[in-house]
Design a protein around this ligand. Structure first.
Ligand code: 9UX
Length: 72
């Protein structure tokens, strides 16, 4: 099944940050689409319902140099 996870991400200040975050999210197995909204500081990620995938998203964003958490 397909899920949508919304992440709150801080530390992005330019359009290159947006592209970098979208790229690392889309590189994760199970992610089908990732779209960052710089003004909102959020990412909307469409993905398969794999165990642990949202936590891997957070780790990938942090490894790229930004802070992330699951948005409510
Ligand atoms: Mo732009 Mo973002 O010069 O880490 S890529 S601020």
């Amino acid at each position: 099944a397909e899920d949508v996870t919304r992440l709150a991400i801080t530390g992005m200040t330019c359009a290159s940050c947006v592209g970098r975050v979208e790229r690392v999210l889309q590189a994760l197995p199970g992610v089908t689409q990732a779209s960052v909204n710089l003004a909102d500081e959020t990412a909307l990620v469409r993905h398969y319902a794999l165990a642990g995938l949202p936590e891997r998203m957070i780790e990938a964003v942090r490894a790229a140099g930004y802070e992330a958490r699951i948005a409510t």
